[in-house]
Each structure stands twice: as structure tokens, then as C-alpha cells.
Design a protein around this ligand. Structure first.
Ligand SMILES: *Cc1c(COP(=O)(O)O)cnc(C)c1O
Length: 391
């Protein structure tokens, strides 16, 4: 008999009942160190007092009105995002895949309105992940996500990761945009080198096409800059955001320049919940903390510490681990064993990690993790890796 919850997930036998900062407490009382943060969502850890206060204050005042009316919290969050980034304008969604939907629509509408309706193709890359909507799975294009789901949304061109010649050759007079994650998350923590992101920007400018960045996982302070593309010193035309921006409340956004957004006039897009007062009140509290240069400096310092300890971990478990990669507090342990085995061994050692593609285990701790917690987490990972070494 089918389970009452649609069985689309492979769940670990863990039920967490409470969270405190970097800690998750299991129903049986065990305390786990959380290096997954709900897949880079709990950017400020669990039960952050500032976020709890923002959410409960808003919950006591007003939950929902719809986008038929002004929403002051939404206006405030849009102003903060515009102030802190390349963007001139913001649309709010409830998830990453909804942000993908709008990014695709916006890029196509841009050229439609410019009298080039044939420019609909969006170039994407192997190992990418853009969510599970019809546009999201068509964009990523992997057989695992698309097989059996009928005709896919057309207009995506899939290229190998890092093949510059193929990229140049793929741009035609039907191309409207390139869509890429500055650091691939699901694909196995694969950072796009800064030089490549710069080259991509130049290529887009040369051909007059739009650069769409998916910063759903790598954005909101995760890499030590507010957004990962800032490391390369370039800006996109359109950017997808979600996960960390809500700190655990479902919230996403599409940020764009005025030019890129020019096709999206009244009536062209909408969302019942997107930008609701609860989500935006929390989003404002997240931004006030994460966009602070002092906070980001701490993320970078702690990232250096974690990385250094992980290099040591790799050196002491050469049969289990191959290397560390990633950026900031978005790190991957390349494994010689099945990543699921290391994740499971982590459960026994009471440390939470997340498997990814390319034989990698992801470490995406709350950005508020402390130095002591980093030391404790690595010692638990050491125990986990040690339990897998061949005897
Ligand atoms: C998680 C993720 C998405 C999808 O976000 P959802 O909120 O699950 O729809 C899209 N892109 C990237 C890079 C992601 O990591």
C-alpha cells in the first residue's frame, strides 16, 4: 500500500524535533551537528532569535493579503536587495524552481518585445540543477529528472561543463540567454572559475544575449560574498535566488536589471503567495544580518578554518576521501567511497551532511557556525570516515 506521504523521497530514519543554532535534536534526544542546514536554507542556523522575532511579530499582525495590494515588507526587502546588488528590480517567489520559471520567461519576453521572437534558446550545462518544475527539469536536462514526464519545455541547449569551444559554437541567432550556477550545488560543488564567469559575461555582451545566474544555493552569503558572482567582479542580467534568503521560510526571488526586466509589464507574471508579508519580514531580517560586511568577513574566516581542517581530514583518510573543493561555507568532500555511505556514517557519528553528484558529500553549515562547532564537526567527520576505512 502506498504511504500516506507520496513516496518520492529517500528519507533517512531521523526525525528532528528541535533546532538550536547549528544543532538539531532528534526525537530520541541525540544532538546532531548540522552541516546541511536543510540544503543551504538555514543560513542563520535554527531558531535564530532575530528571525523568530521577525516571523512572530509579523504573524501577530498580518499573514497574507495577495499582490492585489501594496505589501510594505515586500517593498522593504526589494529595496534592500536592489541596494545591495546589481539589480534594479525584484520579483518574489516561494521557491528556487519558481524563480527559474520567471527567469526563463523574462529572458524570452525580453527578445520578443525587441522584435526577435525567434530568440528563445537558453544554454545550460551538464550537472546543473534548476529545480523540479517543467522549466527547471528541461533546463537541467538530465535523464534522471526528465524521463517519463512527456514532452519537455523546448528551447534548452545542454553543453558539457567547461567546454569553451562548444559554448561559442552553440550561440546562434536563436539564443536568448546562458543560464549557469556560479557554484554547482546538486552537481557536486563544482565552482565555475572566476575567469570562466568573466569570459561568459564577455561572450554574452559580444552576442547581445542575457546572462542568467542561478544563485539559489550559492547565494546569500554562502561563499563569503553576498552573492557568489561578486568574486568574479561581473554582474548578471537576471539572477535566481531562494533557499538562504528565507532562512527556512519558503521564499525566493528573481533579481534583474531594468533592461532585462523590460518585458515584464503588468499582467505578464504573478504569484498568489510570492512576496507575502511573513516571508518578506523574515527575508528582511536575513538580509540585515547577512549583507553586513562584518558578517561576511566572519564567514570567510570560518570558511578558511573549516577548509584547512577538512584538508587534514582528507590527508588522514586517503582510502575514503580524495579532496576538498568549493567556496566559502559551500564545500564538497570528493569521496572514494559511495557518498551515501559517508553520509550514513555521519548519522552514526551525529553529524549531518548532504550527498551530491560527482561522488561528493556536501558541507553547507549555517553561516553562523562557531569555531568550536567547526572543530567538533570535523572530529565527528573523522569518526565517520574512520568507520568506513577498509580494515
Ligand atoms: C535547490 C535549487 C533549486 C530549486 O529550488 P527549490 O526551492 O527546491 O525549487 C534551483 N537551483 C539551484 C541551484 C538549487 O540548488
Amino acid at each position: 500500500m502506498i504511504s500516506s506521504v507520496l513516496p518520492t523521497y529517500n528519507r533517512a530514519p531521523l526525525s528532528f524535533v528541535k533546532g538550536e543554532g547549528t544543532w538539531l535534536i532528534e526525537a530520541d534526544g541525540r544532538r546532531f551537528l548540522d552541516l546541511g542546514a536543510g540544503i543551504a536554507v538555514n543560513a542563520l542556523g535554527h531558531a535564530h532569535p532575530g528571525l523568530t522575532e521577525a516571523l512572530t511579530a509579523q504573524a501577530g499582525a498580518l499573514w497574507h493579503t495577495s499582490n492585489l495590494y501594496q505589501i510594505p515588507q515586500q517593498q522593504a526587502l526589494a529595496d534592500k536587495l536592489v541596494e545591495a546588488t546589481f539589480a534594479d528590480t525584484v520579483f518574489f517567489t516561494n521557491s528556487g524552481t519558481e524563480s527559474c520559471e520567471l527567469a526563463v520567461k523574462m529572458a524570452r519576453k525580453y527578445f520578443y518585445d525587441k522584435g526577435q521572437p525567434e530568440r528563445v534558446e537558453i544554454i545550460t550545462f551538464d550537472g546543473s540543477f534548476h529545480g523540479r518544475s517543467s522549466a527547471g527539469i528541461a533546463a537541467a536536462g538530465s535523464e534522471k529528472m526528465t524521463k517519463g514526464f512527456g514532452p519537455l519545455l523546448p528551447g534548452f541547449v545542454h553543453l558539457a561543463f567547461g567546454n569553451h569551444d562548444a559554448l561559442r559554437a552553440a550561440i546562434t541567432d536563436r539564443t536568448c540567454a546562458v543560464l549557469v550556477e556560479p557554484v554547482q550545488g546538486e552537481g557536486g560543488i563544482r565552482p565555475l572559475p572566476d575567469a570562466c564567469l568573466k569570459g561568459l559575461r564577455d561572450l554574452c555582451d559580444e552576442h547581445g544575449i542575457l546572462m542568467i545566474l542561478d544563485e539559489v544555493q550559492c547565494g546569500v552569503g554562502r561563499t563569503g560574498k553576498l552573492f557568489a558572482h561578486e568574486w568574479a567582479g561581473v554582474t548578471p542580467d537576471i539572477m535566481m535566488v531562494a533557499k538562504g534568503i528565507g532562512g527556512g521560510f519558503p521564499l525566493g526571488a528573481v533579481l534583474a536589471t531594468e533592461d532585462a526586466a523590460s518585458g515584464m509589464t503588468a499582467g505578464t507574471h504573478g504569484s498568489t503567495y510570492g512576496g507575502n508579508p511573513l516571508g518578506c519580514a523574515v527575508g528582511c531580517a536575513v538580509m540585515d544580518i547577512v549583507a553586513d560586511p562584518g558578517f561576511l568577513a566572519e564567514v570567510n574566516r570560518k570558511a578558511g578554518l573549516l577548509r584547512q581542517k577538512l584538508e587534514g581530514l582528507v590527508a588522514s583518510h586517503p582510502d575514503v576521501l580524495e579532496g576538498v573543493r568549493g567556496s566559502g561555507l559551500m564545500l564538497g568532500l570528493k569521496c572514494k567511497v559511495a557518498p551515501a555511505d559517508l553520509v550514513a556514517a555521519g548519522y552514526t557519528a551525529e553529524v549531518i551532511t548532504v550527498p551530491a553528484g560527482d561522488n561528493v558529500v556536501r558541507l553547507l553549515p549555517p553561516l553562523t557556525i562557531t569555531d568550536d562547532e567547526i572543530a567538533e564537526a570535523v572530529s565527528r567527520l573523522d569518526r565517520a570516515a574512520g568507520s568506513l576505512a577498509p580494515s
